[in-house]
Design a protein. Structure first.
Length: 142
């Protein structure tokens, strides 16, 4: 679509997206370890930026661009429509969370958290989300 959309949120360089296969394998492995009262952040150690997420969403929804801005005075009709399909991602944009992965590194080693979600991997993850939650869009999205 020949549409450029603004999304109200807080631009960030620390948004954590985690592939489900990583979560599954680490969670299953953790069950084989004795309880220790520790917290395990299953995030990896390579957050992505809101710009990377915006680009992946725009590519997936086949729109010209999606930019995150601090404030939108009046949303266009296109922005309201796109917001419906992006709404669940907005809390991640402003979280600015930092996670301590030291307990995961202690068990699995440093390489276990050094994977990266970027480019096509991020687009693939976002595309999977839309195919799962909005099956009526399956033919229209990547």
């Amino acid at each position: 679509m020949d549409v450029s959309v603004r999304l109200q949120g807080v631009p960030s360089d620390a948004v954590y997206f985690v592939p489900i296969d990583y979560l599954t394998s680490v969670t299953l492995e953790l069950f084989s370890h004795p309880c220790s009262g520790k917290t395990y952040h299953l995030t990896g150690d390579s957050p992505v930026s809101t710009d990377a997420i915006s680009n992946a969403i725009a590519k997936t929804l086949k729109i010209n661009s999606l930019t995150v801005v601090d404030f939108i005075d009046k949303m266009t009709m296109d922005e309201k429509l796109i917001h419906r399909f992006i709404g669940e991602f907005i809390p991640y944009f402003g979280a600015r969370a930092r996670f301590d992965v030291s307990n995961i590194v202690e068990i699995f080693g440093r390489e276990s958290v050094e994977w990266h979600v970027k480019g096509d991997n991020l687009t693939q993850m976002i595309g999977s989300y839309y195919r799962e939650n909005f099956p009526e869009l399956t033919d229209a999205i990547v």
